[in-house]
Design a protein around this ligand. Structure first.
Ligand SMILES: Cc1cc2nc3c(=O)[nH]c(=O)nc-3n(C[C@H](O)[C@H](O)[C@H](O)COP(=O)(O)OP(=O)(O)OC[C@H]3O[C@@H](n4cnc5c(N)ncnc54)[C@H](O)[C@@H]3O)c2cc1C
Length: 272
């Protein structure tokens, strides 16, 4: 039996968060690994406002307490996100783990977060006093650093409805499934009237933060794929100098080479 509270509405949850030190949880797949004596928890999964996947004109809105299995079954969730989700752990974890928890855990290896970075996703953040929409890189700052204040909850993840059709996603781990990422990569490519409009490239698990370098991406914007091919070597060199790698057990040089290969494959896929 979990020590704490169960809220049945968002309003109730936000009141509990404002008045107590309760720690929110949804699937518990990360929190169950921690032993925090005396901590009271607030269960989010019975809150209808956090459990739906909807769409408006601009966004697919995924409730923070939606599970990965539910997302895989939804016709609204874009293929790029489904591909990342399908590589998470195994069915038991996908049945319990949620989108809000994936961000809230603050791991640079979080597989949905790297997609959210590449997709220019936003999060709707709510507290008892206010609500705000924030870019994902203002919510997920770096390992164990979130842009959330006390009393704030992630309510929804907002993925753009358009522009995610051309994409690449790769998770590199020690085995095909049940693997922690050594490197994860999500890329989104945009082409209009023969010219590149987007070349978003996000790397997870390689540094302490999810990495995206918009200034390097810009060097391809406005070019045709053939023109971009001519500056590709400089572009890859710029990433080589910038990508941060960590002292994981696979080694920093391996991570750097994998990142650059994934980037190269991403562009090649779209004729660059
Ligand atoms: C065996 C195993 C394999 C795994 N494999 C993968 C994998 O391949 N890829 C991957 O990305 N992850 C993996 N994970 C990690 C985990 O399953 C995911 O991070 C999952 O998304 C966590 O969701 P949850 O609902 O279980 O989070 P919880 O454990 O409930 O919460 C995690 C954190 O997020 C906070 N939180 C939860 N919801 C909110 C919210 N709405 N607003 C603010 N904060 C919130 C909690 O306070 C807590 O700090 C694995 C875990 C296990 C145990």
């Amino acid at each position: 039996m979990v020590n704490g509270y169960t809220a049945s509405s968002l309003k109730e949850a936000l009141t509990i968060l404002a008045e107590t030190n309760a720690v929110p949880y949804a699937g518990g797949t990360d929190l169950m690994l921690e032993n925090r004596p005396g901590v009271k928890y607030l269960f989010l999964k019975k809150i209808p406002e956090l459990r739906s996947i909807t769409a408006d004109e601009r966004y697919i809105r995924i409730g923070a307490a939606v599970t990965f299995t539910e997302a895989l079954a939804s016709p609204l969730v874009p293929p790029l996100m489904k591909e990342a989700v399908s590589h998470i752990a195994a069915p038991a974890i996908r049945n319990a783990g949620t989108f809000g928890g994936n961000i809230g855990n603050g791991s640079d290896k979080a597989d949905t977060v790297v997609v959210e970075f590449a997709a220019d996703a936003k999060a709707r953040i709510v507290s008892k006093e206010k609500e705000r929409i924030a870019d994902i890189d203002k919510v997920f700052l770096s390992r164990k650093h979130l842009g959330l204040s006390d009393g704030e909850l992630i309510a929804e993840i907002l993925l753009p409805r358009k522009g995610l059709e051309r994409y690449a996603y790769t998770k590199v781990g020690g085995r095909q499934s049940q693997a922690v990422s050594f490197v994860s990569f999500a890329g989104v490519f945009g082409l209009e009237n023969g010219r590149i409009t987007n070349a978003a490239a996000a790397f997870g698990a390689a540094g302490d933060a999810v990495q995206r370098y918009r200034d390097i991406e810009k060097s391809l914007i406005g070019k045709t794929p053939d023109e971009a091919k001519k500056v590709k070597a400089d572009y890859l060199r710029a990433y080589e100098e910038r990508i941060l790698v960590n002292q994981s057990r696979v080694g920093p040089e391996y991570q750097r080479i994998v990142c650059l290969n994934l980037l190269n494959d991403f562009l090649s896929r779209f004729g660059v």
